[in-house]
Design a protein around this ligand. Structure first.
Ligand SMILES: *Cc1c(COP(=O)(O)O)cnc(C)c1O
Length: 339
């Protein structure tokens, strides 16, 4: 029995390849707290241009990028809206509330996976109330939507949601940890998915191979405030150019994602044949509905197939460190192991 572990736990499990390590080793660096690290500056400039934003700030993680954005946008007594299962709601330990000071409220996915309708958004914003009521000041979108199975929001729907938010005077933050995946799946540049937003976060360590690194982008004034907030959070990294060099290489790996998405669709089809409830994925995340989550994960583990639970389902994430044969291999193990 071969049982090399097949690691579908996350697209964050990838290791920097030789090319990336070489770029890191050779990176030009300087102190990025008392001055400017040239490689970080280069990455920030390139990321801002790619995301269609005036400026960008490198951060050690996507969680910090989101927290910085929410901290800049929110005041105590503010309410913000985010889609059910959004990373800012479920995977950041409540920091949007206890550090950024916002009261979260949930938007359901009534337009499809990961997406609220403009009508629901309008109704959820409501009308401004008297002084003793929360002020709704921020909309958080997520594209792709992780908990909805890497679901994409197309540019037209994004624009409609932004328009409703803007009409009501809200700021908009886009959690674009996997905006690259959305861009490739939709066949539009990332900048087409950030139209109208006040800030966007994006990760280089999700499927693009970087060991660490994200950005948060917005206006020049936003980034000025964001830089102070990053410092408060302890995110000022001195010779961070070594890490930014990896992010620059990661940006060159975006084109590979089309193949990764193809593998995800193949896995989904195979799991559906096995009898599990699986929708065709938009990108690199496959969610499988199984009769008994704990038992399914244990059974997969016994077959050497590593996956994690998400939103009550088994989540398989496809990424660049999986062998091209990993999906067929997994499906064969599942077939052979089935009782
Ligand atoms: C992973 C992820 C983040 C946070 O990124 P980290 O770098 O792991 O902190 C934010 N949003 C979404 C949707 C993610 O999937």
């Amino acid at each position: 029995m071969t049982s090399t572990p097949l690691d579908f736990r996350s697209d964050t499990v990838t290791r920097p390849d030789r090319r990336m390590r070489a770029a890191m080793a050779e990176a030009e660096v300087d102190d990025n707290v008392i001055g400017t690290d040239p490689t970080i500056a280069q990455l920030e400039e390139r990321a801002a241009a790619t995301l269609g934003m005036p400026a960008a700030l490198w951060t050690p993680s996507g969680t910090m990028a989101n927290l910085i954005a929410l901290s800049v946008h929110l005041q105590r007594g503010d309410r913000f809206l985010a889609t059910r299962g959004a990373h800012v709601l479920t995977n950041e330990l409540g920091s949007a509330a206890w550090l950024a000071g916002g009261m979260p409220d949930i938007l359901e996915h009534d337009a499809g996976p990961g997406r609220p309708t403009p009508d629901l958004l309008r109704a959820s914003i409501g009308n401004p109330g008297p002084y003793f009521t929360l002020r709704t000041t921020l909309l958080c979108l997520e594209n792709t939507h992780n908990a909805a199975g890497g679901a994409v929001t197309p540019p037209e729907e994004h624009a409609q949601l932004v328009a409703v938010a803007k009409e009501a005077g809200l700021n908009v933050h886009l959690d674009g940890a996997r905006i690259w995946h959305a861009s490739v799946a939709l066949g539009v540049p990332p900048a087409a998915l950030t139209v109208g937003v006040d800030s966007v976060s994006a990760c280089f360590s999700k499927g693009l191979g970087a060991p660490v690194g994200s950005v948060v982008a917005g206006s020049v004034e936003f980034v000025e405030q964001a830089r102070r907030m990053r410092q408060m959070l302890g995110g000022g990294v001195r010779q961070g150019g070594i890490l930014a060099a990896a992010c620059l290489v990661a940006l060159e790996n975006v084109g590979e994602l089309a193949g990764t998405h193809e593998h995800a669709r193949r896995l989904a089809a195979g799991l559906a044949e096995h009898g599990w409830g699986v929708a065709t994925p938009d990108t690199n995340i496959v969610l499988a509905e199984v009769p008994d989550l704990g038992a399914a994960l244990e059974w997969l583990g016994s077959l050497g197939i590593q996956a994690l639970p998400m939103a009550g389902k088994v989540r398989f994430v496809l990424h660049r460190d999986l062998e091209p044969t990993a999906v067929e291999d997994a499906l064969q193990r599942i077939k052979a192991g089935a009782r």
